[in-house]
Design a protein around this ligand. Structure first.
Ligand code: NAD
Ligand code: K
Ligand code: MN
Length: 352
């Protein structure tokens, strides 16, 4: 690659405060990267209220035609139904076929903010189906309203997310995949997910023979996650369980504000902090930029720019571990820009 074109979609709330921090971190490692180009793109609730669409056609087109990858911030989706609105992040994952949501949750060594046992796991969340197909219906019956939703699980999507999980596990010291499901109750849907993931080694020609497979019902998985998170290595889950588990795991390492993710497909990757638009702190300049900065590193790593990603991650860890300069979510008093500037300063020092 001669150049690297990155779409920036801050969207709403603190997305607008933390995506610029992630862009700055990428710029700080530019000597490790091809020529950089950034393109600002619109999406989100605010865009919807102004233009009538939460995901303008132009945004999707520019991503497909001009960008190598993208960074997405967070969107403020209303919890009530609003005519004409649907979540742009869910739509983008579908449009770009970003079928894997990869969320590493790691406690920082020596950090005062992470309490309890050491956590080092990856949640691999299926990103395109389950209840997120959003096929919901509301009808009026004699006994009042009745709502139904479709939960879609396919062999194809379960197999391909399974392959991602095995591939990640293979490269890790413990080489363990834990399948998360509830097939004791949902034997058809979760049963298919479980069977499809279990079948991955058999259809992969011995490639994953050294990977151990375990499974855990989703409710007890959450229980064990809180009691003994060190038993997990790579957790693979259908969309909804994966969403919930990764937010829960975030609590173990201090804050949602430090957990990155990528949405990955075979042809495109989009970095995205796991957190939402945080309306309670938006506009105050105190959002933790670490989740977004780490998402940028994860995206670069996925594209093969290992040394650039290593430099960013090291500067982040060297900022968190001494626990001197932290945002309020980690019980500090620093601002978004103070933390970002500190991380940038450490990256520059690594070149010196
Ligand atoms: P949230 O993740 O926005 O916030 C949960 C809590 O964590 C809040 O107290 C918030 O202040 C805190 N927090 C989150 N990120 C932080 C950061 N970087 N630094 C410091 N504190 C941080 O979840 P929510 O409050 O349930 O949702 C708010 C909005 O975000 C909703 O409209 C929801 O639909 C949306 N949302 C979007 C996404 C996405 O864009 N993918 C994901 C989750 C929620
Ligand atoms: K987000
Ligand atoms: Mn979530």
């Amino acid at each position: 690659r001669k150049s690297l074109t990155i779409g920036l979609i801050p969207a709403d709330g603190i997305g607008r405060e933390v995506i610029p921090a992630a862009r700055d971190a990428i710029i700080a490692v530019k000597s490790e990267l091809p020529e950089l180009k950034f393109i600002d793109l619109l999406a989100g609730w605010e865009t919807f209220t102004r233009t009538g669409t939460a995901l303008p056609r132009e945004t999707v087109q520019t991503l497909k035609e001009q960008c190598d990858c993208a960074l997405f911030g967070s969107v403020s989706s209303p919890s009530r139904k609003v005519a004409g609105y649907s979540s742009p992040i869910v739509a983008l994952r579908k449009e770009l076929d970003l079928y894997a949501n990869i969320r590493p949750v790691v406690s920082v060594q020596g950090s005062a903010v992470a309490q309890g046992p050491t956590v080092d796991l990856i949640v691999v969340r299926e990103n395109t189906e389950c209840l997120y197909v959003k096929d919901e219906n509301l009808i009026q019956t004699e006994n009042g309203k009745e709502a139904r939703a479709t939960r879609l699980i396919t062999e194809r999507a379960s197999t391909r997310i399974g392959k991602i999980a095995f591939e990640l596990a293979k490269a890790r010291p413990r080489k363990l995949v834990t399948i998360i499901h509830k097939s004791n109750v949902l034997s058809v849907t979760d049963g298919l997910f479980r069977e499809s993931v279990r079948a991955v080694p058999a259809v992969s020609g011995g490639k994953y023979d050294d990977v151990t497979i375990e499974e855990q019902l989703v409710d007890s998985a959450v229980y064990r996650l809180f009691r003994e998170p060190q038993i997990f290595d790579v957790m693979v889950a259908p969309n909804l369980y994966g969403d919930i588990i990764s937010d829960a795991a975030a609590a173990l390492v201090g804050s949602l504000g430090v957990i990155p993710s990528i949405n990955a497909g075979d042809d495109f990757v989009m970095g995205e902090p796991v957190h939402g638009s945080a309306p309670d702190i938006a506009g105050k300049g105190i959002a933790n930029p670490v989740a977004s900065i780490r998402s940028a590193a994860l995206m670069l790593r996925h594209l093969g720019y290992t040394s650039a990603a290593d430099k960013i991650d090291k500067a982040v860890n060297d900022t968190l571990a001494p626990a001197k300069l932290l945002t309020p979510d980690l019980r500090g008093t620093a601002s978004t820009s103070q933390v970002t500037d500190h991380i940038m300063g450490l990256i520059e020092k690594q070149y010196a």
